[in-house]
Design a binder for this molecule. Structure first.
Ligand SMILES: Nc1ncnc2c1ncn2[C@@H]1O[C@H](COP(=O)(O)OP(=O)(O)OP(=O)(O)O)[C@@H](O)[C@H]1O
Ligand SMILES: [Ca+2]
Ligand SMILES: [Ca+2]
Length: 594
C-alpha cells in the first residue's frame, strides 16, 4: 500500500477476485488473468446488449434472450471441487451493466481515471458540486492508502489540530472526474446522505463529515483497522464454526434490520463490505460502502439491477425488489461462512445469474451433514427464491438457531407494518380466516410476534394503539425514515385510530401467510386453521360475493376461476378457498394463474 495520491492505480483490489476457469476456486489473481476472464466473458455472452448502450451486456439480456451459453447450469449448482484447503468466496464483481449505465463508458476494471476528453464528453454540463465543506485540507492530513474499490480509494488521515489532533480516521476519496453521468453523481450524493442519516448504529461505520474540492469528494469516517470480513474468512481457511458464524451474522442482521426499518436497502452486501474495527478476534463488525444503497418506501419496488454477482437476489434480476434482496445476500454470506463455498457458482456471470434464478444450493456435501438442522434451516430460509417467503432480517434474529443460545434483542420489523396495513383493509371474512390461522401458531412464531408486540409499546391493559405504534416508530426514526416515507405509511393504519388491538388480534394482523407457507408443516397449520374456521367463521358465500371479498376485478371469469373455492355441498368456503382467502389474492395474481 503506497501513500495516497490523487491518482489511483489501474486495478482495484477487489477486482482481482475472479473465478478460476477450471474449478470455481476464487483467487486474488493477477491483472492479466482478470483481463482474460473479461475477454472470455465477452466471447461467451456476446458483446453488445440491446438494453444498455455500453460495454457490458445486461444481466437481463442473458435471461430474456433465448440463446444461452453452452456451459450454463440448468437447475443444480455445479459441483465445486476445491484444490486448495480454502475457497476464497467472492469475486466481488459488480454487475457490470449497471456500473456502465451508472458510470458512463468507464469500464469498471480499467483505468480508474477516464481520459480527459472522455470526462468532458461524457460529463459536460453536469453539476458536480455537492454543497459540502471545501476545507478538507485545513482539517485533515492524508496518510497511507488502506483500501480501494471501483469508485474510490480509502486512506488513513489525521486531524491536524484541535482537541482531536493526531486522531486517525478513514477517508474515502471519490474522484469527480470519474463521475461522468448524472446517476453517478446522484449515487455519491445519496451515499453521503444515507451514511449521515444512519450513523450511530453499533454495526455501521461511524460517519464524521463530508468535504469536496475541485477534484474529489472526501467521506470522513471511523477507521476500521481489522480488515475486511472476506480476509478473515480466507485466513480461517473458509469455514467458521456455527458459534463463530453466529457472532458475525447477528451483527450483520442487526445493522441490516436497522437499515430496513429506516427504509434503506444496502444492495451490495458481501464480505468485502463488512470491516472489523480492530485485529482482535472478537472485534466488532461494521457495514461500509453505501455506494449502491437507496431509499425504498414500504410499498415500493425497485427495478435497477445493481449489486455483486454472487450475492444478487433472484428478484433483483427480475427487476422488482425491495429490502428482501439484502436478506438473500446475507443468506449467501451465511452459506459461505458455514461451509466455505458459494451457494451459486458458475464460470461466467451469466452462469451465476442462471444458478441464482434456477438452482438450489447443495446442503448434501460436507460439512453440511455434520451441521445442526437449525443452521441449515436458517440458511435455507434466507435463500428462499420467493422474497415473500424469505425471513426478514428482524425475523432471522429470532430464528431458533440464533436465539437459542444468545441473548438477542429482536428489532422492530418493518414487515409488521405492511402486514397490519393489509389486515386493516381486509374483509371480515379474511380477518376471521387469519384469526383462525393465528390460533395455530407455534412457539417459534409466537416468540417473534411477542417480541414485535412488546416493541409497539402496549399499555397496562396489554393493548396497542395507533399512538403507541407511532411512538415506537418515532423513537427509532432517523432522517432516512423521512426520506423513505416510513412514517407516512402509518396513515394507512388510520382505522386503528379509535380502538386498540390486543395480542390475539395482533397475531392475526401481523402474521405472514407467505412465511408460514415456507415451513414444512404449513399444510398441517392450514388444515388445523381450517377446522377452527369451520367452527367459527365459515359461512355460506356465493361466487360473486367471494369475488368481491377477494377484490377480483371484472376482467376475471369468476365462475371458472372460483368454482373450486366454494364447497358444493353447503356453499361455504372449501379448504382451497380458505387458503386463497388467507393470501388475499389479487386480481393480478388470479389473471396470471389462468
Ligand atoms: N472506514 C474504513 N476503514 C478502513 N478501511 C476502509 C474504510 N472504508 C473503506 N475501507 C477500505 O476501502 C475499500 C473500498 O471502500 P468502499 O468499498 O467504500 O469503496 P468502493 O469504491 O465503493 O468499492 P466497491 O468497488 O466495492 O464499490 C474497502 O473494501 C476497505 O478495504
Ligand atoms: Ca466495497
Ligand atoms: Ca461501492
Amino acid at each position: 500500500m503506497g501513500a495516497c495520491t490523487s491518482k489511483p492505480s489501474t486495478l482495484t483490489s477487489n477486482d482481482n477476485d475472479i473465478p478460476d476457469k477450471d474449478n470455481g476456486i476464487l483467487v486474488r489473481d493477477t491483472e492479466n488473468s482478470e483481463i482474460q476472464q473479461r475477454k472470455q466473458d465477452e466471447v461467451e455472452v456476446g458483446k453488445k446488449s440491446p438494453f444498455f448502450p455500453f460495454y457490458s451486456p445486461s444481466p437481463a439480456h442473458y435471461f430474456f434472450s433465448k440463446k444461452s451459453p453452452a456451459n450454463a447450469s440448468s437447475n443444480s449448482t455445479p459441483k465445486r471441487l476445491f484444490k486448495l484447503p480454502f475457497p476464497p468466496p467472492s469475486p466481488a464483481k459488480h454487475i457490470r451493466a449497471a456500473l456502465a449505465r451508472r458510470h458512463g463508458s468507464v469500464k469498471p476494471n480499467e483505468a480508474a481515471i477516464p481520459e480527459r476528453n472522455e470526462a468532458e464528453g461524457g460529463g459536460a454540463g453536469l453539476d458536480r458540486s455537492f454543497g459540502f465543506s471545501k476545507h478538507f485540507g485545513n482539517k485533515y492530513e492524508l496518510g497511507e492508502e488502506v483500501g480501494r474499490g471501483h469508485f474510490g480509494y480509502t486512506c488513513k488521515a489525521k486531524f491536524k489540530k484541535g482537541e482531536l489532533k493526531g486522531q486517525e480516521v478513514a477517508v474515502k476519496v471519490i474522484q469527480k472526474v470519474k463521475m461522468t453521468t448524472a446517476i453517478a453523481i446522484e449515487d455519491v450524493r445519496r451515499e453521503v446522505k444515507i451514511l449521515r442519516a444512519l450513523t450511530g448504529h453499533n454495526n455501521l461505520v461511524q460517519f464524521y463529515d463530508a468535504f469536496e474540492d475541485h477534484e474529489n469528494v472526501y467521506i470522513v469516517m471511523e477507521l476500521c483497522e481489522g480488515g475486511e470480513l472476506l480476509d478473515r474468512i480466507l485466513s480461517r481457511g473458509g469455514k467458521y464454526t456455527e458459534d463463530d458464524a453466529k457472532v458475525v451474522l447477528i451483527q450483520i442482521l442487526n445493522v441490516v434490520s436497522f437499515c430496513h426499518l429506516q427504509g434503506v436497502v444496502h444492495r451490495d452486501l458481501k464480505p468485502e463490505n463488512f470491516l472489523f474495527t480492530s485485529k482482535d478476534e472478537n472485534s466488532q463488525l461494521k457495514a461500509i460502502d453505501f455506494g449502491l444503497s437507496d431509499f425504498v418506501k414500504p410499498d415500493e419496488r425497485l427495478n435497477d439491477i445493481v449489486g455483486s454477482a454472487y450475492y444478487v437476489a433472484p428478484e433483483v434480476l427480475h427487476r422488482s425488489y425491495s429490502t428482501e434482496a439484502d436478506v438473500w445476500s446475507i443468506g449467501v454470506i451465511a452459506y459461505i461462512l458455514l461451509c466455505g463455498s458459494r451457494p451459486f457458482w458458475a464460470r461466467t456471470e451469466s452462469g451465476i445469474f442462471r444458478a441464482v434464478l434456477k438452482a438450489d444450493p447443495s446442503f448434501d456435501e460436507p460439512p453440511w451433514p455434520s451441521l445442526s438442522s437449525e443452521a441449515k434451516d436458517f440458511v435455507k430460509r434466507l435463500l428462499c427464491k420467493d422474497p415473500r417467503k424469505r425471513m426478514t432480517a428482524a425475523r432471522a434474529l429470532s430464528h431458533p438457531w440464533i436465539r437459542n443460545d444468545n441473548d438477542i434483542k429482536v428489532p422492530l420489523d418493518i414487515l409488521i407494518f405492511k402486514l397490519m396495513k393489509a389486515y386493516m383493509r381486509s374483509s371480515a371474512l379474511r380477518k376471521a380466516a387469519l384469526r383462525a390461522l393465528a390460533k395455530t401458531l407455534t412457539v417459534d412464531e409466537l416468540f417473534y410476534l411477542k417480541e414485535q408486540y412488546a416493541l409497539l409499546e402496549p399499555n397496562k391493559n396489554g393493548t396497542i394503539s395507533l399512538d403507541s405504534i407511532k411512538a415506537a416508530l418515532t423513537k427509532n426514526a432517523t432522517d432516512a425514515m423521512k426520506e423513505s416515507r416510513v412514517l407516512e405509511f402509518l396513515a394507512s393504519l388510520n382505522a386503528l385510530q379509535y380502538r386498540r388491538m390486543d395480542f390475539e388480534e395482533f397475531c392475526a394482523a401481523a402474521l405472514s401467510v407467505h412465511q408460514l407457507e415456507a415451513l414444512d408443516r404449513w399444510e398441517q397449520h392450514a388444515r388445523c386453521a381450517y377446522e377452527l374456521f369451520e367452527k367459527d367463521g365459515n359461512r355460506t358465500i356465493v361466487i360473486e360475493e367471494l369475488a368481491s371479498e377477494l377484490g377480483v376485478g371484472p376482467s376475471v371469469p369468476v365462475h371458472a376461476v372460483l368454482h373450486d373455492w366454494i364447497r358444493h355441498t353447503d356453499g361455504k368456503l372449501s379448504f382451497l378457498g380458505f387458503v386463497k382467502l388467507l393470501h388475499g389474492v389479487s386480481s393480478r395474481s388470479l389473471a396470471k394463474a389462468q
